[in-house]
Design a binder for this molecule. Sequence first.
Ligand SMILES: [Zn+2]
Length: 326
Amino acid sequence: MKYHETQDYSFLLDQNHFIYDHSEDQKTLHIYAKSKPHSCKCPKCGKESNVLHATYQRTMQDTPIHCKQTYLHTNVYKYECQNADCNCKVFMEDLPFAKASQVRTDSLNALILGVSMFLSNEGASKVLSLLGVQISNDSIQRLYDRIEFVDNPDVEAVGIDDVAIRKGQTYATAIYDLKDHHLIALLNGRDADTLKEWLKGHKKIRLVARDRASAYAAAINEILPECIQVADRFHLLQNLLGYLKDIFKEEMPSNVYIRDGKILDNKPEKVLQEKNPDEKHIASLNYDNTLPKNPDGSQRIYDNKKHLLTTKQYVEQAESRKKNSN
Ligand SMILES: [Zn+2]
């Protein structure tokens, strides 16, 4: 199925790009887009050019719509630089939703990383395929391998925390910029020595928000004695809750019995009570609640508490089963 629309779907991309066509089948959706302006700044010299050199089509996988594999086909323009002094003759227009040579859009890569953060690569690949994203577990790993931490040697305020990389197996020390909370370093292990080495290259730090681990405190004191150390709110609260739990554990008995709003001194005795059925309700159901009778007309006695196979009822039942099977 393919049809042409005059509607503008540019809200799906950005104000400079618009969707001019789409096609879909059972499993896939293809979106065709191109850019509105026909001029672009040269990435080398910055001069605007409107001289088209050529166009070509870039195909990228995009975030799925309705769990269909979604592909974005974009007509990309190549321009000729009009600056005679510039050594860049032909340049490609920049796409705001994917960097050059990317086979997936930025938003799809973000979705993939988000899902795989909580799953193995293999599990993430399977879950994503249900959502309509086709990616192998190797490709997910390659996405991870490309993540780079941009360290900032001039950073003045950092947060330091230990994190588990594989639940409870490998630990690392995460260091993030307190201003915008972006990760600037992930050090192996959570001991003081690796942190000390890193701190030596970051002497401008004057404030560290850290967790409770004293190993970090000693390392910071040694390398940056002037630095102020603060415990972040999360860890303060965690500390407080830990202490409160310990206090409660000592003060409180393991079981507390409350009856009618009063705490009982001893464990109350269990009262076994037969429940009486609601006669009105049973009548409304036309349910025959008369007690069962033995073949001789006498009332059958049920034992509804102790399910002992030696009771009269069970013995009788067993005998009648034997009789019937013969
Ligand atoms: Zn140029």
